[in-house]
Ligand binder design. Structure first.
Ligand SMILES: [Zn+2]
Length: 124
């Protein structure tokens, strides 16, 4: 990897934060673990997207979550993938782009240092 490639790399901070439901529910804790892995990749994928594309990704993610969240949360044997986990990763990746990042479902994600970031208390 060249120095130029290293400078162009998308830096994402993603970490677990306490959440009263997620901390006490195996399903949502697994979702959080999945998001910890997916969000940095989704942030990188969205890094060069236009504002129009970002709005479209946000709309698609919101529609998918709204229509399939119940099937995602209450999975049955043989159920086809709902795409909700990927949509949640997109939503959090979009939120990470905002000043102060995003904290949702026991996950905090941000692209830039900011006041109150869990990164500060973790010494990162
Ligand atoms: Zn942060």
């Amino acid at each position: 990897m060249t120095d130029e490639q290293k400078k162009a790399a998308v830096r994402v901070y993603v970490t677990c934060v306490p959440h009263p439901v997620v901390d006490n529910d195996d399903f949502w804790d697994n979702v959080r673990m999945g998001l910890l892995g997916l969000v940095p990749f989704r942030c990188a994928e969205l890094a060069d997207a236009s504002e129009e594309q970002l709005k479209e990704f946000a709309k698609e993610a919101a529609d998918l979550i709204a229509h399939k969240a119940d099937a995602f949360e209450h999975q049955r044997k043989g159920q086809k993938p709902t795409g909700v986990l990927a949509a949640l990763a997109t939503a959090i990746a979009l939120g990470a782009r905002q000043e102060g990042g995003i904290t949702h479902l026991g996950v905090h994600a941000c692209l830039e240092p900011h006041e109150g970031c869990p990164r500060e208390s973790n010494g990162a």
